[in-house]
Design a protein around this ligand. Sequence first.
Ligand code: AOF
Ligand code: ZN
Length: 350
Amino acid sequence: MMKYSKLMQKCINLAKKANGKNMPNPFVGAIVYDEEKKEIISSGYHKKYGEAHAEVNAIKNANGNTIGKTILVSLEPCSHYGKTPPCTDLIIKSGFKKCIIAMLDPNKKASGGAEILKNAGIEVVEGILEKEARELNKVFLKNILFKKPYVMLKTATTLDGKIALLNGKSKWITNEKARLKVQKLRSKYQAIMSASGTILADNPKLNVRLKNKTSPIRIIFDPNNKIPLNYNVFNNDARVILINNSKLELPKHIEQLNFDGNFDKLFKELFMMGICSIMVEAGCGFNSELIKADEIDEINHFIAPKIFGDGLNFVSGLNYNEINDSIQLKNIKVEQIEDNLLINGKIKIY
Ligand code: AOF
Ligand code: ZN
């Protein structure tokens, strides 16, 4: 199994090259392998939404050298006619002996490929680097299983957990390199979401100031119509979705959505508007609402070596009687960025 893990890791690394152009489709990588010669014949990945699947690209690159060979794919080969024909047909036609899969496809329309291959006499091995493959496709999994966007909360606090001084001042808690990291995180999400408190206090641009990177869609939570339309977040650098219950006349790049207090419904509506992944950068009020509504999947939390004493909390209004009932982040990763720390963890694992 060791050799398959190494090869599957290569499939996963290949899949990442799509760099989001695959959205809303999954990241998928594939390798055609010769078990006798112990060598990789070819590889491929899903490059762009609507275009060839990973298996198709890997098989094309094998130039006919597939009979009796093994194919490794980071996702169960599809069995359906979508934008492209079923990969199972091509795998069977190409004469493969074995198919190694990291994870089954959660998409009911396309799943069942493993069974089809087995019925055609191909040996199928499932679950190689499944955890890594699910991490790679966390956004796709959330989208398919819940019809909602994947939501990551970014926070930055002092050592004593404060996001601002009591007077609201918060520029700058983290160091410059940590702020560059925030730009990189923003570039990985399709949309960035913030709320009126933060926007009125900081008038942020919520854009990406990195070379060759487009800025994310901005989702502005302002149900009580507090933010004037001349604020930076409403400029036409990118599409804006404004959550606001007033009757407004808006420029073309701003779409309006109402909010009735139900976050589950709000995120489902955002998904229907094509939003697959969201990074939240807001203040205590909005962070707390989303955490209480159980809408956060992942947290990236920066810590700076400062002590503010009395100040604004990162979360408030949550309380538990038992430690076991409190929120426990999983799969923790810690990165030191000069004198700051970045702690990444999951609230939900898909
Ligand atoms: C991909 N790339 O490499 C694999 C996918 O509309 P289609 O034909 O592109 O089908 C999309 C579905 O196919 C997708 O949701 C997933 O379930 C399955 N497998 N999709 O985009 C790939 N192997
Ligand atoms: Zn396919």
